[in-house]
Design a protein around this ligand. Sequence first.
Ligand code: NDP
Length: 319
Amino acid sequence: MPNTTTRDTVILGSGCAGLTAAIYAARANLKPLVLEGHEPGGQLSITTLVENFPGWPEGVQGPELIERMKQQAVRFGAELKMAQLVSADLSKHPYELNLGAGKDPIHTRTLIIASGASARWLGLPSEQALIGHGVSSCATCDGFFASGKEIAVIGGGDSAMEEALFLTRFATKVTLINRTDHFRASRIMMERATAHASIQLLSSTVVEEVLGVEEKEVRCLRLRNVKTGERTELPVSFMFLGIGHTPNAKPFHGQLDLDADGYILTHGNVFVTHNGKDVPGIFACGDIQDRRYRQAITAAATGCMAALEAEKFLEDHGR
Ligand code: NDP
């Protein structure tokens, strides 16, 4: 017998944005259902020390911050479910959410999209073949395995700097490889990385191949200097990716307006559109719609806004 209950509010994603939305929606008695998604806890759950979240003068570990937000949301009545949205039908209201074969669809009057953005890969076949065998996008998860080894980190932004600095706890040498000679990282992170004795910066360099596929463990990177064309090999046991993120908006292609890279376009912070027209009762918050700030605090802020707008929508349209 299919479950035909219609929810007031469903929240997609359990990162900082989704959980803040859940806290607000739960306190407004909307009994939100949070679908935790394929990366529960979002980016903060794979981060180490968060030093810039207000109220934590000594910093706080990302996973701890997320765990506390979860507890806060549950305390007020949010329901968390380990599930992932496969497709959505936004053509009729209440909206229909499908969680895959054999699972009942969920209907909801309001939808808060906080599904974030996932770590990017280079896309090399050798890289893909060695994921979990020395290739990783999560320094926090896999750093320990790099103990006593020489490793590489790819990227020139804050993520790459943060990963490189974190990995110096384990690795004997970290080579940071950036594809241009322009580093996007903030000054403070850049200074910390360049000042560290175990970190070596390699700019204008791309990875052409990860060697070690036959042995099923990374042993070397084949590199090319994009300015000189010179090819070299760098012996390393691990390659960590820190090259940014891809928005998790696939179920909404063709149903909501997205930018060229697939981020959901919003106006008024959290309102979404389709063909330029507002879509009633759907709100987007956090990294799925924010390419500019992408901070825990801004994700939390838009999560709050999305929940307040969902509450207002339900009041205006009768619950
Ligand atoms: P960014 O988009 O800032 O940087 C991505 C980096 O990866 C760039 O150097 C980019 O190079 C490179 N890159 C992208 N695609 C490829 C590719 N296919 N091959 C090789 N290199 C590639 O992403 P981040 O994740 O670093 O940062 C995102 C946001 O989060 C920023 O606003 C940042 O400040 C913030 N952040 C803050 C932290 C903190 O304060 N502690 C920690 C982590 C992130 P190119 O420049 O050539 O495009």
